[in-house]
Design a binder for this molecule. Structure first.
Ligand code: ADP
Ligand code: ZN
Ligand code: ZN
Length: 750
């Protein structure tokens, strides 16, 4: 058959290309002769609408005979080697289906913006290389004639590499003398690529491996065996705070590197954990460039350079938050997920993937070992360990010999009767703060608050209004003046008296950080106080700056939500106060108790890390709750045992998969009506074993000028939810002002 474009050569092969920026539009292009090397994962330039566009090759296809010759040819192969490995392409396709998002969204995560845009060309500089060292007589002659040239030669001779960038030799003024020296045959001028390093000028002192204690040695042995191709199950390392997990990570990484393998290390939000990065940089300081850092606060140029250094295999260890799981590490041998329970591994906008879960999948696809570490593992991982899917490794003793701080639980039901009490601040906590201020030590106050859901709690007995069917706290809806369960839709009237103790004081909880700040300022007018919450931290790097001020001792009291708990490694903090531990418990979220337990345990494990002893004071109306009691005793096993029992009884994760379907619209009627219609259709389409709740206003019913309605789905597997719901959403063809989102394995129910 004659080609439609007569001047274009026929081709036997075509590439199916996911074109950038077209929201999953896939087009076929012929591969012109001579453009070998086009394969799955290649980045290519294609002709599109008279202009060019870039894209990623999804696969190679033999062109359909009818279209043979009609396909337009690819314009250019952007990189010689495919930018996305075949495994990462598989991972992208798998994740796109699992999380019900377009493949392009996943590819976008894999090929970060600066790499995709390609604007960030490599930076180069000129270097002088010594090729011949003149004898004394010649050098003296040069010195007499042109002292500058002699100086350059001596400088190069003394440098260990016998080379130096021109900038170092005296900038632009050295170019001419260098040219002369080059003509005389003493030196050579070369161009060299400069690597833009996010760690910049910072130097890291070499650290040497510590001698491991017995527990650490046993764990390391298992990790090494797995890296070398032993037990292929993911490993869960449950090690108390301070048990020396990081040291094990470092030595495991060193082993993998010694075997010529690459290592990927995932950490929670990296601006909060600069210590981990610094510890890796120090340990591998003797092989500069071996450790690459990837995170969003870096400049585009830095990200471009680090990413390519990893892809080329120059950097063998990649460290970063959630998104770094897609780093193109070569010959991947080991993945480490630090603080694997941390909520920041779940992306809260589309694609809503879970970094830890995809890391486990990637390890399996690449035949790499994976180690998930935490003092307070997620119940998902603990359950996997119980069922034998994961291998459980433990470290129960602190490596640094320090003891855990004293944890006191203050029962606010009785504290509240103390007349000196200031509502949110008990007299005992107030005195403890005053004491630290006098000693010039630092204080962290946590307001364990998530979202804005309001629960009903009795200040006299601590009773919380709960759903009869789900055992989750009910949420107050002001519009209908009812308590509503967000999982099953069960409604109840707001009681006038507490059903437990008949107190009439039963009230809606509601203390924000701003209100607490006002109370604290009144109490401690002389203290330097810094509030940290979403309002304060909208500015980029604001949180990092606040934390570094605190570290430098410029602040006395840090007041904030759980976001400050992660940075908790401050030697001068001797008191951590949890203002109302119940705020995190009384939310309609199956993981509320788990998160509270994790937060309190982590806080308790980190206060008093320096020379000074630490104290933790937890204020609560429910001192008897499991999360608080087990956290006080640092008893992760006891908590897990108890909580897993409840989860199983009420059919919550990890015993099922849960998804949240949300519809947003600037018009309330539209949002409600659309969800109701979708809900009706889903009822008929979903198989029996998928449970779906009634459509309801979301616990945060309005945000960013949009009304939000949602329902939750539960099933033994996530796939069925993703497939059916996304098909129905596509079918409904919503207008532009309606946004439907499906959050598979949701972590937020707000
Ligand atoms: P984790 O990550 O489990 O919280 P770290 O790795 O931060 O614990 O270790 C806590 C402290 O114990 C650190 O100061 C670390 O240097 C020290 N440490 C770790 N392992 C050892 C060891 N084998 N011998 C002595 N000190 C150790
Ligand atoms: Zn009561
Ligand atoms: Zn319910």
């Amino acid at each position: 058959m004659q080609g439609l474009f007569a001047d274009e050569p026929l081709s036997d092969r075509a590439a199916r290309v996911l074109v950038d920026g077209l929201n999953d539009m896939v087009l076929d292009y012929a591969i012109p002769p001579g453009m070998d090397g086009v394969m799955r994962g290649s980045r290519v330039e294609v002709p599109l609408r008279g202009r060019g566009a870039t894209g990623t090759v999804l696969c190679l296809v033999p062109p359909d005979d009818r279209w043979r010759g009609a396909l337009r040819p690819l314009r250019r192969l952007v990189n010689d080697e495919p930018v996305v490995s075949s495994t990462l392409m598989d991972l992208a396709e798998w994740a796109a289906r699992y999380y019900a998002v377009p493949v392009e969204q996943m590819i976008r995560c894999i090929v970060p913006e600066p790499v995709r845009q390609e604007r960030h060309e490599e930076k180069t500089r000129k270097v002088a290389v010594l090729t011949d060292w003149p004898d004394d007589e010649k050098l003296n002659k040069i010195n007499a004639r042109a002292p500058r040239q002699a100086h350059i030669l001596r400088y190069l001779h003394q440098s260990s590499a016998k080379r130096a960038p021109l900038a170092e030799l005296g900038g632009a003024a050295t170019l001419n003398p260098c040219r002369t020296l080059e003509k005389l045959g003493y030196i050579r001028i070369e161009e060299e690529t400069v690597h833009r390093d996010p760690a910049g000028e910072e130097t890291f002192a070499q650290s040497t491996p510590l001698e491991l204690n017995e527990e650490q040695a046993a764990v390391l042995k298992r990790v090494i065996a797995a890296t070398d191709g032993g037990d292929s199950r993911p490993m869960l390392l449950q090690g108390v705070t301070g048990s020396g997990k990081t040291e094990v990570y470092l030595q495991a990484a060193q082993h993998a590197m010694g075997q010529g393998k690459g290592v990927l290390i995932l950490v929670p939000e990296i601006s909060l954990t600069p210590q981990t990065m610094a510890r890796f940089k120090s340990r591998f300081a003797d092989s500069p460039g071996a450790v690459a850092i990837l995170h969003s606060a870096m400049s585009d140029g830095e990200r471009f350079d680090e990413w390519h250094a990893i892809r080329r295999g120059q950097a063998r260890i990649a460290i970063g938050p959630r998104s770094a799981l897609f780093a193109p590490v070569k010959n991947l041998g080991l993945i480490i997920v630090d603080e694997e329970h941390d909520g920041s591994y779940k992306q809260e906008n589309s694609p809503r993937y879970h970094g830890r879960d995809l890391a486990v999948l990637r390890a399996k696809m690449e035949g790499a070992a994976i180690l998930l570490g935490s003092a307070t593992p997620s119940l998902e991982s603990l359950q996997n360990a119980r069922s034998g899917k994961y291998a459980l490794l433990r470290m129960d003793r602190r490596a640094d010999g320090q003891h855990l701080p004293l944890t006191r639980v203050l029962d606010m039901r009785t504290e509240a009767k103390d007349k000196r009490n200031l509502g949110i601040l008990s007299e005992r906590l107030r005195m403890a703060i005053e004491d630290r201020l006098r000693k010039q030590q630092q204080v962290i106050l946590l307001l364990n608050r998530r979202g804005f859901a309001r629960a009903l709690q009795c200040p006299d007995c601590g009773h919380v209004a709960q759903c009869e069917h789900c055992a989750l706290p009910m949420t107050y809806h002001a519009t209908e003046n009812r308590l509503v369960c967000h999982l099953c839709g069960f409604r109840a009237i707001v009681p006038r008296r507490c059903p437990e103790c008949s107190s009439e004081n039963i009230l809606l909880e509601g203390y924000g950080t701003q209100k607490v700040e006002a109370v604290l300022r009144r109490c401690f007018p002389q203290a330097r106080l810094q509030r940290v919450d979403a309002d304060v931290t909208t500015r980029k790097n604001a949180l990092r700056d606040i934390l570094s001020d605190f570290r430098a001792g410029k602040t006395d009291i840090l007041l904030g939500t759980q976001m400050i708990a992660k940075g908790l490694d401050f030697p001068r903090v001797t008191l951590v106060g949890v203002l109302n531990a119940d705020l995190g418990l009384n939310i309609p979220d199956p993981r509320a108790a788990e998160r509270t337990f994790q937060l309190l345990t982590q806080v308790a494990g980190r206060a008093g890390r320096g020379e000074l002893d630490g104290e933790v004071i937890i204020q609560t109306y429910s001192p008897q709750s499991c999360a608080i009691q087990f956290a006080r005793r640092h008893d992760t096993d006891g908590f897990a045992e108890n909580e897993l029992g409840l989860r199983q009884q009420f059919d919550f994760p990890p015993f099922c998969h849960m998804a949240v379907l949300t519809i947003r619209s600037p018009q309330e009627d539209m949002a409600r009506f659309s969800l109701e219609t979708l809900h009706k259709r889903l009822l008929t389409r979903l198989p029996q074993h998928v449970q779906i709740s009634d459509p309801l206003p979301a616990p945060i019913p309005r945000a960013h000028g949009q009304f939000r309605y949602q329902c939750t789905l539960r099933a033994p597997g996530a796939r069925i939810i993703a497939d059916v719901v996304s098909a129905e959403i596509a079918d409904m063809q919503f207008g532009e002002d309606i946004i439907a989102t499906l959050d598979i394995d949701a972590y937020s129910f707000m």
